[in-house]
Design a protein around this ligand. Structure first.
Ligand SMILES: Cc1cc2nc3c(=O)[nH]c(=O)nc-3n(C[C@H](O)[C@H](O)[C@H](O)COP(=O)(O)OP(=O)(O)OC[C@H]3O[C@@H](n4cnc5c(N)ncnc54)[C@H](O)[C@@H]3O)c2cc1C
Length: 317
């Protein structure tokens, strides 16, 4: 059930009248945002996409598992998408970071870091999430290159090679079972005492998965390509890749500031129409979806675009 957003502050009607007005503003112009813009632009809606140019997968050299674009660089996929979407005269692009979103009686006012202001009837947040890197030297440099979060994106490329998993507890146990499908040369690194049950330890041993509880010191790598893990005691272990699931945060705090509810896991709560708990505010992509993939973000963007158009039609009739 959607509820109205709290008005942070009201901007005078005269000021609002002078602002560039759009039917929909999409904050975030990566895969989810561009996909929604395509649907809305083709639905004859006046759309503005505002993007700060920081997609979560920027460091990965090749993106996989997205039909027609398998193995392309993330930047090439985005550039091709932008070219196709911005060919529609109904879609405008603005480079910048949105720093304020203010609910008004007749829509929303957005302000950017550089001081531009815009107004829209509906907002779509396609702002993604940011990964919270652990304080481990070499980890962030290898992220998306040889420290990997998802076997569907990058598992095939490291199949049957010596792999590691950096995790602990139930999550580590489940992740080990999954990754073992791609390689039998698998070691679990818990970076301190393992919090596995006796049964879990036994099952991992039965599957030939070693558990190493030693404290890690750093990751030895060459331009992001992992060579070996180096432990506090000086020991080393060579690996082709390390799988890790790390915490994340919303990339953009504005949905929460507008009053959008989050799920227990920190995603923006949306209904089956991609609508948030705040009337007129929608979310799509990584910021609101559990399965993290370009194809899934693109599909969510299409869905959001279609339902925003439906809701506008309903309001207009
Ligand atoms: C390292 C890594 C590798 C991956 N590899 C693959 C792969 O091989 N295959 C695959 O299918 N998926 C892969 N993924 C997952 C995929 O990248 C994501 O699912 C996808 O990028 C999500 O798209 P999105 O549009 O929701 O968010 P993002 O792509 O993260 O884009 C969010 C956009 O919003 C913008 N933004 C945020 N806040 C603001 C603001 N306040 N104002 C303006 N703009 C803002 C950002 O700058 C960014 O451009 C990978 C992810 C990671 C982290």
């Amino acid at each position: 059930m959607a509820t109205p957003a709290t008005t942070a502050h009201t901007i005078s009607a005269a000021t609002r009248q002078n602002l560039p007005m759009y039917e929909v503003i999409i904050i975030g112009g990566s895969y989810a945002g561009l996909s929604a813009a395509l649907t809305l632009g083709r639905s004859l809606r006046q759309v503005l996409v505002i993007d700060s140019g920081k997609p979560c997968n920027w460091q990965t050299p090749h993106s996989h598992n997205f039909l027609t674009q398998d193995g392309q660089t993330p930047a090439a996929i985005a550039a091709q998408a932008r070219g196709q979407v911005l060919a529609y005269p109904t879609v405008q692009w603005h480079e910048g970071q949105v720093t304020a979103a203010i609910k008004q009686p007749d829509g929303f006012v957005l302000q950017t870091e550089a001081g531009s202001s815009f107004m829209a009837k509906k907002l779509l947040f396609a702002t993604g999430i940011t990964d919270q890197m652990p304080d481990l030297k070499g980890f962030s440099q290898c992220w998306g290159i040889s420290v990997l979060h998802c076997p569907y994106c990058h598992g095939y490329e490291v199949r049957s090679q010596p792999l590691g998993i950096l995790a602990n507890g139930d999550m580590a146990f489940d992740f080990c079972q999954l990754i073992r499908h791609w390689s039998r040369e698998l070691t679990l690194f818990t970076n301190g005492p393992a919090t596995l049950s006796a049964t879990q330890r036994e099952q991992l041993a039965q599957r030939g998965i070693a558990i190493l509880e030693k404290q890690l010191q750093y990751l030895e790598h060459q331009q992001g390509q992992l060579r070996e893990l180096v432990f506090e005691d000086g020991d080393k272990q060579a690996l082709s890749a390390l799988f890790a699931r790390i915490p994340f945060a919303q990339h953009c705090p504005l949905p929460q500031q507008l009053g959008c509810q989050l799920t227990e896991t920190g995603l923006i709560q949306v209904d089956e129409f991609q609508q948030t708990s705040v009337t007129g505010v929608y979310a799509a992509g990584d910021n609101a979806g559990m399965l993290r993939a370009v194809s899934v973000a693109t599909a969510a963007g299409t869905k959001a675009g279609a339902f925003i158009n439906h809701h506008l039609i309903r309001e207009e009739s």
